[in-house]
Design a protein around this ligand. Structure first.
Ligand code: MN
Length: 250
């Protein structure tokens, strides 16, 4: 498609190396516009800022930045800030995995999800190991996924969650369609003291993978594949609707 309009966002902030790498990798695929958070909002999930106005400013790197969340960025961009409608929303490349339950908390996934909720195909990209090792290879793989989605649009403007193994390109075995795995429950919160002696707490790290067998995102990445998981947003537990109906009727 000629002159595809690509909106890029992330949750690590508009100065994050993963964002720059993604933009560099896809720049020639269309008209690329970046609207990203001013600061790191990892773990922001789908939060919107409703208690104060938001500003959109342009950084020296040419990227627009917003003093808000990833969801704010895509929401504002699509519903009021941009004078065009993007053909695709891409988010990332996140500094660290967004697999299994991570997707519930992830601002990277949320930025893409906001595009999807507004009816635009969207892809979230995460580098599966924190620290940006082999970021260039990951960005090249991200480019391949974006090119593929531009070349043959998937039915129903889907939301894809892509996790990229932190490996040299030659060691990446290919692309695998996956489902989300599950983690063990999160590690306990970490108690500390502030300089005044008051107790403070750090939210603990995510649990290790629990459901990580063949077919999962965890398994694909651990096996050297780029994991591509189609996501849906409806949280209804359909199997339980009948049971709840009976329970309410009793
Ligand atoms: Mn992040």
């Amino acid at each position: 498609m000629l002159s595809m309009k690509i909106l890029v966002s992330n949750d690590d902030g508009y100065l994050a190396p993963g964002l720059a790498a993604l933009v560099d990798a896809i720049r020639d695929l269309g008209e690329v516009t970046v609207v990203a958070p001013e600061q790191n909002h990892s773990g922001a999930s789908n939060s919107l800022t409703l208690t104060r106005p938001l500003s959109v400013r342009k950084g020296y790197n040419g990227f627009w930045f917003v003093n808000g969340t990833p969801t704010d960025c895509v929401h504002l961009a699509v519903t009021g800030f941009l004078d065009f409608r993007p053909d695709i929303v891409v988010s990332g490349i996140n500094d660290g995995a967004n697999m299994g339950d991570d997707t519930i908390y992830s601002g990277t996934v949320a930025a893409a999800m906001e595009g999807y909720l507004l009816g635009i195909p969207a892809i979230a990209f995460s580098l599966a190991r924190k620290g940006y090792d082999h970021l260039d290879a990951a960005a090249q793989c991200a480019r391949e996924v974006v090119m593929r989605s531009m070349a043959s649009a998937l039915e129903g403007a889907p939301l894809l969650n892509v996790n990229l193994p932190a490996l040299p390109r030659a060691d990446i075995k290919g692309f695998a369609a996956t489902r989300l795995g599950r983690r063990h429950k999160a590690e306990p919160a970490i108690k500390a003291a502030n300089p005044h002696g008051d107790a403070v707490y750090w939210v603990g790290p995510a649990g290790l993978a629990a459901d990580d067998g063949p077919g999962t995102d965890f398994h694909a990445v651990a096996s050297g594949y780029v994991s591509v998981t189609p996501l849906k947003v409806d949280l209804t537990h359909f199997e339980h609707v009948g049971r709840i109906r009976a329970w309410l009727g009793a």
